[in-house]
Design a protein around this ligand. Structure first.
Ligand code: MRU
Length: 305
């Protein structure tokens, strides 16, 4: 991805694991160093690194850094429950003896898968399309290219426009805006509850989102608010695409009801107002049933649920 005009990845190996600290963006570009598996686990839990494929890549390096691989696997798998890539990467590293070369291979493979998703997904984007996306499924979330943002990056000469949902409470939409701004892609950030308005006004031609886990019936777990966008898209006759590499598919799970949804701190919700309601709920993800999905763009082609 372009950062201040230079090619950069959201994480890389330089004698130790270095990561763009996503908690500081879009305000500051700060690098976080993780020199132990404990620090990698901290970075995943605290969302220094976020987005399913990027979490998986960080975990692969975490496994490479660890002496006791079994303990490391347990520690990493406890950090966040929903993104399947985390579990996929830890298992990959266990099978490949957890060495640094295996982690490099894992990361390069994910980057290549995302590039391929971009190539395949770009063909779905017509000249002048107005595309809505939710959360951040860009290079920050996948090391490079992105999943939902990969086709958008590749279609940038087609005079496209991107509607970026703000994505309360963690505001990952600002990360998407930061990425699009670096690439010179026209976009507007909208409040989450404005998406239906723009769809009804005929200002959205398609929706592309990422995924955190996809069940074998193609129900999709993604950032909270994805489900309602899918329902609105169907109601308004707008194609709704999910973009994800094969590492996000969990064949052991029959349907979305069995996906564990992470519930995060109430403080994420209350941070912007000085009022404490009697109860706060903060689920980080929701399930979009397969019936609302036009297609899942993978590195191997488009799956029609
Ligand atoms: O809680 P996050 O920021 O890790 O959630 C990320 C998302 O839901 C993304 O949309 C999803 O992981 C796809 S990332 C390519």
């Amino acid at each position: 991805m372009l950062v201040e005009g230079k090619e950069m990845r959201s994480l890389w190996w330089d004698d130790t694991l270095k990561l763009i600290d996503q908690r500081k963006l879009p305000f500051q570009l700060k690098i976080f160093e993780a020199s132990s598996v404990e620090k990698v686990a901290y970075a995943i839990k605290k969302m220094v690194v976020r987005g399913a494929p990027a979490i998986g890549c960080a975990a692969a390096y975490g496994m490479a850094l660890a002496e006791d691989k079994e303990k490391a696997a347990r520690m990493l798998k406890r950090t966040r429950p929903t993104a399947h890539d985390l579990f996929y990467a830890v298992d990959y590293m266990t099978e490949n003896e957890g060495r640094i070369e295996a982690a490099h291979r894992y990361v390069e493979d994910i980057v290549e898968k995302c590039r391929k998703i971009g190539e395949i997904g770009e063909k779905l984007i017509k000249h002048g399309s107005r595309i809505l996306t939710h959360c951040n499924a860009g290079a920050l979330a996948t090391v490079d290219w992105g999943t939902a943002l990969a086709p958008i990056r590749m279609a940038k000469d087609k005079e496209i426009f991107v509607w970026v949902d703000e994505t309360r409470p963690r505001l990952q939409g600002l990360l998407t805006s930061w990425e699009l701004k670096q690439e010179g892609i026209k976009h507007a950030v909208i409040a989450d509850n404005a998406a239906g308005y723009f769809m009804k006004e005929g200002e959205v031609d398609m929706v592309i989102v990422g995924a955190d886990r996809i069940a074998s019936n193609y129900d999709v777990a993604n950032k909270i608010g994805t489900y309602e966008k899918a329902v609105l898209a169907k109601e308004n006759g707008i194609p709704f695409y999910v973009a994800a590499p094969i590492s996000t598919f969990d064949e052991s799970i029959s349907d979305g009801k069995k996906i564990k949804i992470e519930e995060r701190d109430a403080e994420e919700v209350t941070k912007i107002f000085d009022y404490l309601p009697p109860e706060i709920r903060n689920p980080a993800f929701d399930i979009t049933p397969a019936e609302y999905i036009t297609g899942i763009i993978t590195e191997k082609g488009i799956i029609k649920p």
